[in-house]
Write a protein of this length. Structure first.
Length: 511
Protein backbone atom coordinates (compact mmCIF):
# COMPACT_ATOMS: atom_id res chain seq x y z
CA UNK A 1 0.00 0.00 0.00
CA UNK A 2 1.39 3.38 -1.00
CA UNK A 3 1.04 5.90 1.81
CA UNK A 4 0.18 9.55 1.29
CA UNK A 5 2.54 12.52 1.29
CA UNK A 6 2.55 14.01 4.78
CA UNK A 7 3.66 17.55 3.90
CA UNK A 8 2.05 20.89 4.72
CA UNK A 9 1.73 22.98 1.57
CA UNK A 10 0.09 26.23 2.68
CA UNK A 11 3.38 28.15 2.83
CA UNK A 12 4.06 27.88 -0.88
CA UNK A 13 3.13 30.42 -3.51
CA UNK A 14 1.18 29.69 -6.65
CA UNK A 15 4.35 29.96 -8.68
CA UNK A 16 5.93 27.05 -10.57
CA UNK A 17 9.41 28.27 -9.63
CA UNK A 18 8.82 27.17 -6.05
CA UNK A 19 8.63 23.57 -4.92
CA UNK A 20 8.40 21.67 -1.67
CA UNK A 21 11.69 22.02 0.18
CA UNK A 22 13.22 24.54 -2.24
CA UNK A 23 16.36 26.12 -0.81
CA UNK A 24 15.01 29.61 -1.56
CA UNK A 25 11.97 29.10 0.64
CA UNK A 26 14.03 27.37 3.33
CA UNK A 27 16.07 30.58 3.68
CA UNK A 28 12.88 32.58 4.21
CA UNK A 29 11.66 30.17 6.87
CA UNK A 30 14.98 30.31 8.73
CA UNK A 31 15.14 34.11 8.61
CA UNK A 32 11.61 34.46 9.99
CA UNK A 33 12.48 32.15 12.88
CA UNK A 34 15.74 33.90 13.76
CA UNK A 35 14.13 37.36 13.61
CA UNK A 36 11.39 36.37 16.03
CA UNK A 37 13.75 34.56 18.41
CA UNK A 38 16.00 37.61 18.62
CA UNK A 39 13.11 40.00 19.14
CA UNK A 40 11.73 37.81 21.95
CA UNK A 41 15.03 37.90 23.85
CA UNK A 42 16.99 34.84 22.73
CA UNK A 43 20.75 35.25 23.20
CA UNK A 44 21.37 32.40 20.75
CA UNK A 45 19.17 30.63 18.21
CA UNK A 46 19.57 27.99 15.55
CA UNK A 47 17.11 26.64 13.03
CA UNK A 48 16.82 23.42 11.05
CA UNK A 49 14.44 23.36 8.09
CA UNK A 50 14.24 19.74 6.93
CA UNK A 51 12.57 18.09 3.96
CA UNK A 52 12.77 14.31 4.42
CA UNK A 53 11.62 11.80 1.83
CA UNK A 54 11.29 8.07 2.60
CA UNK A 55 10.76 5.04 0.39
CA UNK A 56 10.51 1.55 1.90
CA UNK A 57 9.93 -1.73 0.11
CA UNK A 58 9.87 -5.29 1.41
CA UNK A 59 8.69 -8.76 0.46
CA UNK A 60 7.91 -11.87 2.48
CA UNK A 61 7.53 -15.34 1.02
CA UNK A 62 7.30 -13.93 -2.51
CA UNK A 63 4.54 -11.50 -1.59
CA UNK A 64 4.75 -7.73 -1.28
CA UNK A 65 5.13 -6.78 2.39
CA UNK A 66 5.76 -3.03 2.40
CA UNK A 67 5.42 -0.45 -0.35
CA UNK A 68 5.44 3.01 1.20
CA UNK A 69 6.60 6.49 0.28
CA UNK A 70 6.23 9.62 2.38
CA UNK A 71 7.60 13.14 2.71
CA UNK A 72 7.84 15.39 5.73
CA UNK A 73 8.71 19.10 5.79
CA UNK A 74 9.01 21.28 8.87
CA UNK A 75 11.17 23.51 11.03
CA UNK A 76 12.82 23.02 14.42
CA UNK A 77 13.87 26.09 16.40
CA UNK A 78 16.31 25.89 19.33
CA UNK A 79 17.15 28.91 21.48
CA UNK A 80 19.02 29.98 24.60
CA UNK A 81 17.15 32.57 26.65
CA UNK A 82 17.60 33.45 30.32
CA UNK A 83 20.51 31.01 30.34
CA UNK A 84 18.40 27.93 29.42
CA UNK A 85 17.46 25.92 26.36
CA UNK A 86 14.10 26.05 24.65
CA UNK A 87 12.91 24.11 21.61
CA UNK A 88 9.78 24.09 19.49
CA UNK A 89 8.87 22.80 16.03
CA UNK A 90 6.11 23.13 13.47
CA UNK A 91 5.02 22.12 10.01
CA UNK A 92 2.83 25.25 9.75
CA UNK A 93 5.23 26.99 7.41
CA UNK A 94 3.63 30.40 7.12
CA UNK A 95 5.26 33.52 8.50
CA UNK A 96 2.73 33.55 11.31
CA UNK A 97 3.21 29.86 12.07
CA UNK A 98 6.99 30.10 12.21
CA UNK A 99 6.89 33.26 14.33
CA UNK A 100 4.58 31.54 16.81
CA UNK A 101 6.92 28.55 16.94
CA UNK A 102 9.98 30.72 17.62
CA UNK A 103 8.11 32.63 20.30
CA UNK A 104 7.14 29.31 21.93
CA UNK A 105 10.78 28.16 21.94
CA UNK A 106 11.82 31.35 23.77
CA UNK A 107 8.94 31.03 26.23
CA UNK A 108 9.97 27.43 27.00
CA UNK A 109 13.57 28.54 27.59
CA UNK A 110 12.49 31.25 30.01
CA UNK A 111 10.24 28.82 31.87
CA UNK A 112 13.05 26.27 32.04
CA UNK A 113 15.34 28.90 33.54
CA UNK A 114 13.29 28.77 36.74
CA UNK A 115 14.76 25.32 37.44
CA UNK A 116 18.24 25.71 35.97
CA UNK A 117 21.37 24.82 37.94
CA UNK A 118 23.65 26.97 35.82
CA UNK A 119 23.58 29.00 32.62
CA UNK A 120 24.13 27.25 29.30
CA UNK A 121 27.74 27.61 28.18
CA UNK A 122 29.03 26.62 24.75
CA UNK A 123 32.42 26.60 23.07
CA UNK A 124 32.55 29.04 20.15
CA UNK A 125 31.95 28.08 16.53
CA UNK A 126 32.76 30.01 13.39
CA UNK A 127 30.08 31.19 11.00
CA UNK A 128 29.91 29.09 7.82
CA UNK A 129 28.05 29.68 4.57
CA UNK A 130 28.26 26.47 2.62
CA UNK A 131 26.51 23.77 0.59
CA UNK A 132 27.29 20.06 0.88
CA UNK A 133 25.92 16.96 -0.80
CA UNK A 134 27.14 13.38 -0.76
CA UNK A 135 28.05 12.00 -4.19
CA UNK A 136 25.85 9.35 -5.78
CA UNK A 137 25.22 8.04 -9.28
CA UNK A 138 21.58 6.94 -9.45
CA UNK A 139 18.76 8.69 -7.62
CA UNK A 140 16.72 5.81 -6.12
CA UNK A 141 13.57 7.95 -6.19
CA UNK A 142 13.90 8.18 -9.97
CA UNK A 143 13.97 4.38 -10.30
CA UNK A 144 10.43 3.02 -10.81
CA UNK A 145 8.98 1.25 -7.80
CA UNK A 146 8.05 -1.66 -10.05
CA UNK A 147 11.68 -2.20 -11.03
CA UNK A 148 12.88 -2.10 -7.42
CA UNK A 149 10.13 -4.44 -6.30
CA UNK A 150 10.85 -6.92 -9.08
CA UNK A 151 14.47 -7.17 -7.97
CA UNK A 152 13.35 -7.98 -4.43
CA UNK A 153 10.80 -10.53 -5.62
CA UNK A 154 13.42 -12.19 -7.86
CA UNK A 155 15.78 -12.56 -4.88
CA UNK A 156 12.89 -13.82 -2.77
CA UNK A 157 12.05 -16.47 -5.36
CA UNK A 158 15.66 -17.66 -5.48
CA UNK A 159 15.68 -18.21 -1.73
CA UNK A 160 12.27 -19.92 -1.82
CA UNK A 161 13.53 -22.52 -4.30
CA UNK A 162 15.80 -24.04 -1.64
CA UNK A 163 14.11 -26.98 0.07
CA UNK A 164 13.81 -26.50 3.82
CA UNK A 165 13.50 -22.70 3.76
CA UNK A 166 10.27 -21.66 5.45
CA UNK A 167 10.49 -17.85 5.51
CA UNK A 168 12.09 -15.51 3.00
CA UNK A 169 12.35 -11.75 3.41
CA UNK A 170 13.85 -8.91 1.41
CA UNK A 171 13.95 -5.14 1.86
CA UNK A 172 15.09 -1.83 0.42
CA UNK A 173 15.10 1.55 2.15
CA UNK A 174 15.88 4.99 0.74
CA UNK A 175 16.10 8.39 2.43
CA UNK A 176 16.64 11.82 0.93
CA UNK A 177 17.28 14.47 3.58
CA UNK A 178 17.51 18.11 2.52
CA UNK A 179 18.31 20.52 5.33
CA UNK A 180 19.02 24.18 5.80
CA UNK A 181 20.77 25.10 9.05
CA UNK A 182 20.96 28.75 10.09
CA UNK A 183 22.07 30.28 13.37
CA UNK A 184 22.38 33.63 15.08
CA UNK A 185 26.16 33.16 14.83
CA UNK A 186 25.75 33.79 11.09
CA UNK A 187 25.96 30.28 9.66
CA UNK A 188 23.80 29.28 6.71
CA UNK A 189 24.46 25.69 5.64
CA UNK A 190 22.51 23.73 3.03
CA UNK A 191 23.03 19.95 2.96
CA UNK A 192 21.52 17.07 0.99
CA UNK A 193 22.08 13.46 2.02
CA UNK A 194 20.96 10.47 -0.05
CA UNK A 195 20.86 7.14 1.79
CA UNK A 196 20.25 3.71 0.30
CA UNK A 197 20.17 0.22 1.72
CA UNK A 198 19.01 -3.32 1.01
CA UNK A 199 19.24 -6.87 2.30
CA UNK A 200 17.78 -10.38 2.25
CA UNK A 201 17.08 -13.01 4.93
CA UNK A 202 16.30 -16.73 4.73
CA UNK A 203 14.89 -18.52 7.78
CA UNK A 204 14.50 -22.24 8.26
CA UNK A 205 12.25 -23.87 10.89
CA UNK A 206 12.92 -27.52 11.74
CA UNK A 207 11.38 -29.14 14.79
CA UNK A 208 11.90 -26.70 17.65
CA UNK A 209 14.92 -25.01 16.06
CA UNK A 210 15.12 -21.84 14.01
CA UNK A 211 18.14 -20.98 11.86
CA UNK A 212 18.59 -17.94 9.66
CA UNK A 213 21.10 -16.36 7.32
CA UNK A 214 21.22 -12.76 6.20
CA UNK A 215 23.04 -10.93 3.40
CA UNK A 216 24.99 -8.67 3.25
CA UNK A 217 24.30 -8.12 6.96
CA UNK A 218 21.52 -8.72 9.44
CA UNK A 219 18.95 -6.12 10.53
CA UNK A 220 18.30 -4.65 7.11
CA UNK A 221 21.47 -5.46 5.17
CA UNK A 222 23.96 -2.78 4.14
CA UNK A 223 23.18 0.95 4.20
CA UNK A 224 25.34 3.85 3.02
CA UNK A 225 25.25 7.42 1.77
CA UNK A 226 24.85 6.35 -1.84
CA UNK A 227 22.33 6.02 -4.62
CA UNK A 228 20.67 3.01 -6.19
CA UNK A 229 24.09 1.88 -7.41
CA UNK A 230 24.65 0.47 -3.91
CA UNK A 231 21.71 -1.91 -4.30
CA UNK A 232 22.95 -3.02 -7.71
CA UNK A 233 26.44 -3.68 -6.34
CA UNK A 234 25.11 -6.07 -3.68
CA UNK A 235 23.91 -8.67 -6.23
CA UNK A 236 21.03 -9.79 -4.03
CA UNK A 237 19.79 -12.33 -6.58
CA UNK A 238 23.23 -13.87 -7.04
CA UNK A 239 23.65 -14.38 -3.28
CA UNK A 240 20.10 -15.53 -2.53
CA UNK A 241 20.68 -19.23 -3.17
CA UNK A 242 23.79 -19.44 -0.98
CA UNK A 243 22.07 -17.59 1.87
CA UNK A 244 19.11 -19.98 1.79
CA UNK A 245 21.30 -23.08 1.57
CA UNK A 246 23.34 -22.02 4.59
CA UNK A 247 20.17 -21.42 6.64
CA UNK A 248 19.04 -24.99 5.96
CA UNK A 249 22.51 -26.49 6.43
CA UNK A 250 22.81 -24.97 9.90
CA UNK A 251 20.27 -27.49 11.21
CA UNK A 252 22.74 -30.30 10.47
CA UNK A 253 25.79 -28.39 11.68
CA UNK A 254 27.63 -29.23 14.90
CA UNK A 255 26.85 -27.21 18.00
CA UNK A 256 29.31 -24.36 18.61
CA UNK A 257 31.66 -25.13 21.53
CA UNK A 258 31.63 -23.53 24.97
CA UNK A 259 34.62 -22.42 27.00
CA UNK A 260 37.57 -20.07 26.45
CA UNK A 261 39.01 -20.03 22.95
CA UNK A 262 40.50 -17.86 20.22
CA UNK A 263 37.81 -15.91 18.37
CA UNK A 264 37.88 -14.38 14.89
CA UNK A 265 35.09 -11.93 14.04
CA UNK A 266 34.09 -10.98 10.50
CA UNK A 267 33.94 -7.26 9.79
CA UNK A 268 30.14 -6.91 10.09
CA UNK A 269 30.04 -8.47 13.57
CA UNK A 270 33.05 -6.43 14.63
CA UNK A 271 31.17 -3.33 13.44
CA UNK A 272 28.33 -4.04 15.88
CA UNK A 273 30.83 -4.83 18.63
CA UNK A 274 32.32 -1.36 18.05
CA UNK A 275 28.85 0.22 18.07
CA UNK A 276 27.82 -1.25 21.42
CA UNK A 277 31.08 -1.41 23.41
CA UNK A 278 32.86 1.70 22.05
CA UNK A 279 30.38 3.94 20.24
CA UNK A 280 27.74 4.29 22.94
CA UNK A 281 30.03 4.59 25.99
CA UNK A 282 31.99 7.48 24.40
CA UNK A 283 28.85 9.64 24.03
CA UNK A 284 29.63 12.46 26.43
CA UNK A 285 25.99 13.13 27.36
CA UNK A 286 25.80 9.54 28.69
CA UNK A 287 29.06 10.00 30.60
CA UNK A 288 27.82 13.22 32.22
CA UNK A 289 24.42 11.75 33.15
CA UNK A 290 22.47 13.94 30.72
CA UNK A 291 21.18 10.88 28.82
CA UNK A 292 20.35 7.47 30.27
CA UNK A 293 17.80 5.85 27.95
CA UNK A 294 18.31 2.50 26.21
CA UNK A 295 20.98 0.83 28.38
CA UNK A 296 22.07 4.21 29.03
CA UNK A 297 25.10 5.46 30.91
CA UNK A 298 28.82 4.71 30.57
CA UNK A 299 31.79 3.23 32.40
CA UNK A 300 34.05 5.80 30.67
CA UNK A 301 34.06 8.37 33.47
CA UNK A 302 36.10 11.53 32.93
CA UNK A 303 39.20 10.49 34.90
CA UNK A 304 39.77 7.67 32.38
CA UNK A 305 40.45 10.03 29.45
CA UNK A 306 44.03 9.66 28.19
CA UNK A 307 44.72 7.09 30.94
CA UNK A 308 42.59 3.98 30.42
CA UNK A 309 44.10 1.16 28.37
CA UNK A 310 40.99 0.41 26.36
CA UNK A 311 42.58 -2.16 24.04
CA UNK A 312 45.82 -3.68 22.89
CA UNK A 313 48.45 -1.52 21.17
CA UNK A 314 47.16 -2.43 17.69
CA UNK A 315 43.66 -1.09 18.44
CA UNK A 316 43.10 2.37 16.92
CA UNK A 317 39.54 3.72 16.70
CA UNK A 318 38.35 7.05 15.28
CA UNK A 319 35.07 8.96 15.10
CA UNK A 320 35.19 10.32 11.57
CA UNK A 321 32.32 12.16 9.86
CA UNK A 322 34.37 13.30 6.87
CA UNK A 323 33.58 12.06 3.39
CA UNK A 324 37.18 10.92 2.91
CA UNK A 325 36.56 8.31 5.61
CA UNK A 326 33.82 6.85 3.44
CA UNK A 327 30.13 7.29 2.57
CA UNK A 328 28.86 6.05 5.93
CA UNK A 329 25.56 6.83 7.60
CA UNK A 330 27.59 8.97 10.01
CA UNK A 331 29.06 11.10 7.20
CA UNK A 332 28.09 14.74 6.67
CA UNK A 333 29.50 18.17 5.92
CA UNK A 334 28.37 19.86 9.14
CA UNK A 335 26.58 18.63 12.24
CA UNK A 336 23.31 20.08 13.52
CA UNK A 337 25.09 22.86 15.41
CA UNK A 338 26.91 24.04 12.29
CA UNK A 339 30.22 22.42 13.31
CA UNK A 340 32.29 21.04 10.41
CA UNK A 341 32.76 17.28 10.09
CA UNK A 342 35.99 16.11 11.67
CA UNK A 343 38.01 13.10 12.80
CA UNK A 344 38.40 12.53 16.54
CA UNK A 345 40.85 9.86 17.79
CA UNK A 346 38.90 7.68 20.23
CA UNK A 347 41.44 4.94 20.97
CA UNK A 348 45.08 5.56 20.05
CA UNK A 349 47.50 2.63 20.28
CA UNK A 350 45.10 1.09 22.76
CA UNK A 351 44.69 4.16 25.01
CA UNK A 352 41.32 5.92 25.40
CA UNK A 353 41.79 9.42 23.93
CA UNK A 354 38.45 10.99 23.01
CA UNK A 355 34.70 11.40 23.51
CA UNK A 356 31.83 12.33 21.21
CA UNK A 357 31.02 15.91 22.20
CA UNK A 358 28.88 18.89 21.25
CA UNK A 359 29.33 22.61 21.91
CA UNK A 360 27.86 22.40 25.42
CA UNK A 361 29.50 19.23 26.72
CA UNK A 362 32.87 20.30 25.30
CA UNK A 363 32.91 23.07 27.91
CA UNK A 364 32.41 20.51 30.68
CA UNK A 365 35.66 18.70 29.86
CA UNK A 366 37.75 21.70 28.89
CA UNK A 367 37.77 21.30 25.11
CA UNK A 368 38.28 24.37 22.94
CA UNK A 369 35.90 23.17 20.22
CA UNK A 370 33.02 20.76 19.71
CA UNK A 371 33.60 17.28 18.31
CA UNK A 372 30.81 17.95 15.83
CA UNK A 373 28.52 15.04 16.71
CA UNK A 374 25.14 16.72 17.23
CA UNK A 375 22.47 15.26 14.96
CA UNK A 376 18.69 15.07 14.81
CA UNK A 377 16.38 12.53 13.22
CA UNK A 378 13.87 15.09 12.01
CA UNK A 379 12.73 18.70 12.19
CA UNK A 380 10.53 17.92 15.22
CA UNK A 381 13.35 16.55 17.39
CA UNK A 382 16.14 18.24 19.33
CA UNK A 383 19.66 17.47 18.11
CA UNK A 384 21.56 15.19 20.50
CA UNK A 385 25.02 13.64 20.55
CA UNK A 386 25.09 10.74 18.09
CA UNK A 387 27.76 8.46 16.73
CA UNK A 388 29.29 9.47 13.43
CA UNK A 389 31.42 6.76 11.76
CA UNK A 390 33.08 4.94 14.67
CA UNK A 391 35.68 2.76 12.97
CA UNK A 392 38.62 0.60 13.85
CA UNK A 393 41.56 1.41 11.61
CA UNK A 394 42.89 -1.43 9.44
CA UNK A 395 45.83 -3.55 10.50
CA UNK A 396 48.43 -5.34 8.41
CA UNK A 397 47.18 -8.92 8.05
CA UNK A 398 45.70 -10.48 4.95
CA UNK A 399 42.62 -12.53 5.71
CA UNK A 400 44.24 -15.65 4.29
CA UNK A 401 47.36 -15.23 6.44
CA UNK A 402 45.25 -14.56 9.54
CA UNK A 403 43.42 -17.87 9.09
CA UNK A 404 46.66 -19.71 8.25
CA UNK A 405 48.32 -18.29 11.38
CA UNK A 406 45.51 -19.54 13.64
CA UNK A 407 45.83 -23.11 14.85
CA UNK A 408 42.56 -23.44 16.77
CA UNK A 409 39.73 -20.88 16.77
CA UNK A 410 36.09 -20.15 16.07
CA UNK A 411 35.20 -17.73 13.25
CA UNK A 412 31.85 -15.99 13.80
CA UNK A 413 29.88 -14.10 11.15
CA UNK A 414 26.74 -11.91 11.01
CA UNK A 415 25.06 -10.76 14.22
CA UNK A 416 21.95 -12.52 15.48
CA UNK A 417 21.43 -10.94 18.92
CA UNK A 418 23.19 -8.84 21.52
CA UNK A 419 22.93 -7.73 25.12
CA UNK A 420 24.98 -5.21 27.08
CA UNK A 421 24.65 -3.69 30.56
CA UNK A 422 23.70 -0.09 31.31
CA UNK A 423 27.34 0.97 31.65
CA UNK A 424 28.37 -0.72 28.37
CA UNK A 425 30.84 -2.94 30.21
CA UNK A 426 29.54 -6.54 30.25
CA UNK A 427 28.23 -7.89 26.96
CA UNK A 428 27.04 -11.00 25.13
CA UNK A 429 26.65 -11.44 21.37
CA UNK A 430 25.45 -14.31 19.23
CA UNK A 431 25.95 -14.70 15.49
CA UNK A 432 24.06 -16.52 12.77
CA UNK A 433 26.88 -18.83 11.82
CA UNK A 434 30.36 -19.91 12.86
CA UNK A 435 33.19 -21.93 11.36
CA UNK A 436 35.78 -24.08 13.02
CA UNK A 437 39.40 -23.11 12.36
CA UNK A 438 41.86 -25.99 12.77
CA UNK A 439 45.50 -26.07 11.76
CA UNK A 440 45.24 -22.80 9.87
CA UNK A 441 42.27 -23.94 7.75
CA UNK A 442 38.56 -23.17 7.73
CA UNK A 443 36.74 -26.41 8.54
CA UNK A 444 33.17 -27.36 9.45
CA UNK A 445 30.14 -25.14 9.93
CA UNK A 446 28.92 -24.54 13.50
CA UNK A 447 25.53 -23.37 14.74
CA UNK A 448 24.22 -21.25 17.65
CA UNK A 449 27.53 -19.56 18.49
CA UNK A 450 27.87 -16.82 21.09
CA UNK A 451 30.60 -15.02 22.99
CA UNK A 452 30.69 -12.75 26.01
CA UNK A 453 33.12 -10.60 27.92
CA UNK A 454 34.08 -7.36 29.57
CA UNK A 455 34.65 -4.46 27.19
CA UNK A 456 38.23 -3.53 28.11
CA UNK A 457 39.36 -7.15 28.55
CA UNK A 458 37.94 -8.02 25.15
CA UNK A 459 39.64 -5.18 23.26
CA UNK A 460 42.93 -5.85 25.06
CA UNK A 461 42.81 -9.46 23.79
CA UNK A 462 42.93 -8.30 20.14
CA UNK A 463 46.19 -9.47 18.54
CA UNK A 464 45.53 -9.24 14.78
CA UNK A 465 43.50 -6.98 12.46
CA UNK A 466 43.19 -7.42 8.71
CA UNK A 467 44.33 -4.76 6.26
CA UNK A 468 42.47 -2.08 4.30
CA UNK A 469 41.69 -4.54 1.51
CA UNK A 470 39.30 -6.35 3.88
CA UNK A 471 37.89 -3.23 5.59
CA UNK A 472 34.19 -2.38 5.11
CA UNK A 473 32.27 0.68 6.30
CA UNK A 474 29.03 -0.88 7.54
CA UNK A 475 25.83 1.08 8.05
CA UNK A 476 23.62 0.70 11.12
CA UNK A 477 20.33 2.41 10.16
CA UNK A 478 18.38 1.72 13.35
CA UNK A 479 20.29 3.14 16.33
CA UNK A 480 17.81 4.35 18.93
CA UNK A 481 18.53 7.04 21.50
CA UNK A 482 16.74 9.77 23.40
CA UNK A 483 13.22 10.34 24.66
CA UNK A 484 11.15 10.75 22.57
CA UNK A 485 13.27 8.18 20.73
CA UNK A 486 15.25 9.18 17.67
CA UNK A 487 16.31 6.50 15.21
CA UNK A 488 19.49 7.44 13.37
CA UNK A 489 22.06 5.87 11.08
CA UNK A 490 25.66 5.34 12.15
CA UNK A 491 28.69 3.94 10.36
CA UNK A 492 31.27 1.42 11.55
CA UNK A 493 34.36 0.54 9.56
CA UNK A 494 36.06 -2.73 10.41
CA UNK A 495 38.26 -5.53 9.09
CA UNK A 496 38.17 -9.11 10.38
CA UNK A 497 40.12 -9.37 13.63
CA UNK A 498 41.36 -12.00 16.08
CA UNK A 499 40.88 -12.09 19.87
CA UNK A 500 42.51 -14.48 22.34
CA UNK A 501 40.96 -16.29 25.34
CA UNK A 502 37.37 -15.19 24.77
CA UNK A 503 34.51 -16.88 26.61
CA UNK A 504 32.34 -18.78 24.11
CA UNK A 505 28.84 -20.09 24.67
CA UNK A 506 25.91 -21.68 22.89
CA UNK A 507 22.94 -19.46 22.09
CA UNK A 508 19.45 -20.59 20.99
CA UNK A 509 20.37 -24.21 21.75
CA UNK A 510 18.02 -26.72 23.38
CA UNK A 511 18.94 -27.44 27.00
Amino acid sequence: MLSGIGTHFSAFRDDSSFCVGSEFMMHDFANWALETARSRGAKYADVRVMDIRHRDLSTKNCQVGTLAESESLGIGIRVVAAGSWGFASTDRLTREGIAACAAEAVAIAKASAMAKRHDVEMVPVEAYQDTWQNPYIKDPFQIPLERQLELLLAADREMSRVKGVTLTETSMAFRRIEQLFASSVGSVIHQIKMQSGAGIVATSFSGSEIQKRSYPNSFGGQHMLAGYELVESLDLIGNAGRVAEEAVALHSAAQAPEGSATLILDSSQLGLQIHESIGHPIELDRVLGMEANFAGMSFLTLEKLNKLRYGSEIVNVVADARLEHGPGLGTFGYDDEGVPAQCTPIITDGVFTGYLSDRETAVRIGLKHSGGTMRTESWNRLPIIRMTNISILPGTWSYENLIADTDDAILMETNRSWSIDDRRYHFQFSTEIAWEIKGGKKKRMLKNPSYSGITTEFWNSCDAICSREYWTLWGTPNCGKGQPMQTMGTGHGASPARFRNVKLGAAFAKS
